[in-house]
Design a protein around this ligand. Structure first.
Ligand SMILES: C[S@@+](CC[C@H](N)C(=O)[O-])C[C@H]1O[C@@H](n2cnc3c(N)ncnc32)[C@H](O)[C@@H]1O
Length: 331
C-alpha cells in the first residue's frame, strides 16, 4: 500500500480485483471519499468481490472485463483519470483451489484453465488438437520448460487412443515424460507445462502488454502504477513495458523500482504463495500536462519488437486459437 500511496478523495483502478482483498485495503487506506473501479475477467471473482465489497457502496464499481479492454472500462465508467492503478497478476487462491477450473495439477478436474469459462477455448482443445511441434513451442516459450519436446511427444502419444480430458491425466503424462531426477525436484514436474497452457489459453502476456500500454494514459499526474508479477515471463513484460513507456516520454515518468521489490522473509514465511512475487512501480510525474500525451491506438515500437517476450507473444498468436476478448457484463 505504501507504494500505491492511496489519497483521500482519490480514484483507483484495480485491474485484477480477484476476491477484493487488495481493493478493500485501498478503500480503507484512502478514506471515505475515495472511489475504486475493480475489474476481473472471471465472473465468479467479480461475484465474490461484490460480496466482500458491498459495504463500501457506492464507492465501488465492479466490471467483468479483460484488462486488455481497459479503455472500454474507463469509457464505460465515464472516467478520464485515476490516481492509482494496480495489477496483481496470475490466478487467485480461489481459482487454484476449485478443481473444476482446471488450473491445478494437484487436484483432478477438467482441463479448462480459462479465466472466464465462457470465453475462448479450454486447455483441452490445445492439448488434444495442436501438432507436436506447436505443443513443444508453447511449453518451451511460455513454460520455459527444458523438456518441452519430450513432453509434447508424450502428449501426442497419450492422446492417440483417447483425448486427455483432465488435469491429472495431463499431469501424469508430464511426470512420465521427464527424467526421473526431475520428477523429485523442488518444483512439481508439471508446474511449467501447466503455466504454459494457462498463459496460452488466456493470451496472458499479450493482454498484459496491451493493458500496460493503454492504462498509463489514464493515470493522473502524481499517480502510480503498481504491478505484481509471479513469474519471470510476466515480470519481464512489466520491466520492458515500463522502460519503453518511460523512454517514450522521459519527462513524464519515473520508474520508482529500479529492481523489483520482493516480499520480506516474514511475509514469505506467512504466505508461501508470495514467495515469487515481484512488484514494480512507476509514477506519472506531478506537474506533467494532464492530457493524453500519446493518443491513438498503441502499436509496438521497434525496441519492443526486439524483446524476447514480444517475439514469443507474436509467434504464439498464430498457434493458439483466439481467446474471446469481447466485453463482459458489469456488476
Ligand atoms: C492474484 S489474483 C488477484 C487477487 C486480488 N488482488 C485479491 O486481493 O483478491 C489475480 C486475478 O486477476 C484476474 N486476471 C488475470 N488476468 C486477467 C485479465 N487479463 N483481465 C482481467 N482479470 C484478469 C484473475 O481472474 C484473478 O482473479
Amino acid at each position: 500500500m505504501s507504494w500505491l500511496r492511496p489519497q483521500t478523495r482519490g480514484w483507483y483502478l484495480d485491474c485484477t480485483v480477484g476476491l477484493g482483498g487488495t481493493a478493500e485495503r485501498v478503500l480503507q487506506c484512502s478514506g471515505p471519499d475515495s472511489r475504486l473501479i475493480g475489474i476481473d475477467h472471471d465472473p465468479l471473482a467479480i461475484a465474490l468481490a461484490h460480496t466482500r465489497l458491498h459495504t463500501y457502496q457506492p464507492r465501488v464499481r465492479l466490471m467483468c472485463e479483460n484488462f486488455r479492454h481497459v479503455k472500454t472500462v474507463m469509457h464505460t465508467a465515464n472516467l478520464k483519470r485515476v490516481d492509482g492503478i494496480l495489477f496483481d497478476l496470475g490466478v487467485s487462491s480461489a481459482q487454484l483451489e476449485q478443481p473444476e477450473r482446471g488450473f491445478s495439477f494437484q487436484q483432478d478436474g477438467p482441463l479448462d484453465m480459462r479465466l472466464n469459462p465462457t470465453c475462448g477455448q479450454p486447455a483441452a482443445t490445445l492439448v488434444n488438437t495442436l501438432p507436436e511441434s506447436q505443443l513443444a513451442t508453447i511449453i518451451h516459450t511460455l513454460g520455459e520448460e527444458r523438456y518441452a519436446r519430450r513432453i509434447a511427444r508424450a502428449i501426442v502419444h497419450a492422446r492417440r487412443p483417447a483425448p486427455l480430458r483432465t488435469t491429472m491425466a495431463l499431469s501424469r503424462v508430464v511426470q512420465h515424460a521427464v527424467p526421473r531426477s526431475y520428477r523429485y525436484g523442488r518444483l512439481h514436474p508439471a508446474t511449467r507445462t501447466f503455466q504454459a497452457f494457462r498463459l496460452a489459453v488466456n493470451h496472458e502476456l499479450d493482454s498484459l502488454t496491451i493493458a500496460l500500454h493503454d492504462v498509463v494514459d489514464f493515470l493522473a499526474p502524481g499517480g502510480r502504477l503498481c504491478v505484481i508479477a509471479f513469474h519471470s515471463l510476466e515480470d519481464r513484460v512489466v520491466k520492458h513495458t515500463f522502460r519503453h513507456i518511460a523512454q517514450r516520454a522521459p519527462d513524464h515518468w519515473t520508474i520508482l523500482t529500479k529492481k523489483p521489490v520482493v516480499p520480506a522473509r516474514e511475509e514469505r514465511m506467512a504466505n508461501p504463495r508470495a514467495r515469487s512475487a515481484k512488484l514494480r512501480v512507476m509514477e506519472r510525474m506531478a506537474g506533467t500536462r494532464d492530457s493524453r500525451h500519446a493518443p491513438g491506438p498503441w502499436s509496438p515500437p521497434p525496441s519492443f519488437l526486439r524483446t524476447q517476450e514480444s517475439r514469443r507473444a507474436i509467434a504464439l498468436r498464430g498457434l493458439v486459437p483466439g481467446a474471446c476478448f469481447d466485453q463482459g457484463g458489469h456488476a
